[in-house]
Design a protein around this ligand. Structure first.
Ligand code: AMP
Ligand code: MN
Ligand code: MN
Length: 317
């Protein structure tokens, strides 16, 4: 059932045992939103647990409270499961199975499948973090510096530090509010930009894999590396290289998972790549989306590139 943000706030007030989760392959928005919502609810004396079906990537370990995030183990009884920044049930499978509770989905993906018992979706919001800030204000909760750092990171990472098409005046007003509460953009940016040497070495092989298709309108890279024991290294930034090439309309990043699965990310300048991701069972936003294709790299490439060319033709680009 679709509900107002006020009603979502009321559900949080009424619940005693709350589990908060977000999508697998976590990013700044999903993690920052989880952590910012956790702190004040826990401070009110509620029993609040942060569960995620994945590891926290090293680059986000600086977020205040990041070490509170756990993987689900066995059944968890709760009054309410809050699902943040996730557009479909496939992205929270383990937690969804473990937690027996009614579900409340707060999200900003245009591709949201409305899978929860209750949902509040604002596809105009640049990040789920914007919605969480509004929610905290509605609840008249104090926003600490740590919460501001989490929410600023959530918002800034989802809009490319206020450069992408989803950046609105409202996005900047939310960010300004968070700076007033102690978030320091230059400190957060430095945390996100400082990488281990291995990540820059990986960049060499990623750039080596660059392919250009459709007369220069599609560029693709492949990240074919072992991303560590738990896959916790973030590979988010690599897609910006094909994305930034002059004349490229659609950028694609392939990440082989195993012999039967390849993860794919899309970025676009003008066309709606959420449609492309949806066609392969994924989702996302008009200019940033992703999916997992059920085939090995070579097969996935062929299917995806063909579909991307079709999308360009349909869009008249
Ligand atoms: P990424 O390329 O992983 O940074 O994802 C870009 C956008 O697409 C983000 O908003 C993701 O939440 C969304 N997205 C990525 N993969 C999927 C998927 N398999 N299903 C639904 N949405 C996805
Ligand atoms: Mn996200
Ligand atoms: Mn998001």
């Amino acid at each position: 059932m679709e509900i107002s943000l006020r009603r979502a706030a009321r559900m949080l007030v009424e619940a005693e045992k709350i589990v908060i989760t977000a999508h697998i392959h976590p990013d700044g928005d999903s993690l920052g939103s989880m952590l910012a919502l956790h702190a004040p609810l826990a401070a009110c004396g509620k029993k609040v647990t942060l569960l995620l079906d994945d590891e926290v990537p090293d680059v986000y370990r600086f977020l205040p409270g990041a070490d509170l995030i756990r993987r689900p183990q066995g059944e968890v009884a709760a009054d309410l499961l809050v699902i943040l920044d996730a557009s479909d049930a496939d992205r929270i499978v383990g937690v969804g199975e473990a937690v027996k509770a009614k579900t409340l989905n707060i999200d900003h993906h245009i591709s949201n499948t409305k899978f929860a018992d209750y949902w509040y979706i604002d596809s105009q919001a640049a990040a789920t973090g914007e919605i969480i800030l509004d929610l905290l204000h509605l609840l008249k909760l104090e926003i600490s510096k740590d919460m501001a750092v989490n929410l600023f990171t959530a918002i800034a990472t989802d809009c490319g530090f206020f450069r992408y098409a989803n950046t609105s005046s409202s996005t900047l007003r939310h960010a300004a509010d968070l700076i007033d509460r102690g978030a320091q953009p230059h400190v957060i940016a430095e945390q996100l930009e400082t990488k281990p040497l291995a990540s820059i070495m990986t960049l060499r092989s990623v750039l080596d894999s660059l392919e250009i298709h459709a007369g220069g309108r599609i560029a693709a890279v492949t990240v074919d590396i072992d991303t560590g024991e738990n896959g916790a290294e973030s590979t988010e930034g690599y897609i910006n290289y094909p994305r930034n090439i002059e004349g490229v309309e659609i950028a694609v990043m392939f990440k082989p998972v195993d012999d039967s699965a390849t993860r794919v990310s899309f970025r676009s300048r003008r066309c709606d790549v959420s449609r492309l991701a949806l066609a392969f069972g994924g989702g996302g936003h008009a200019r940033a989306s992703g999916c997992t294709v059920n085939s090995a790299l070579a097969g996935a490439k062929e299917q995806i590139l063909r579909a991307a060319e079709r999308l360009l033709a349909e869009a008249g680009l």
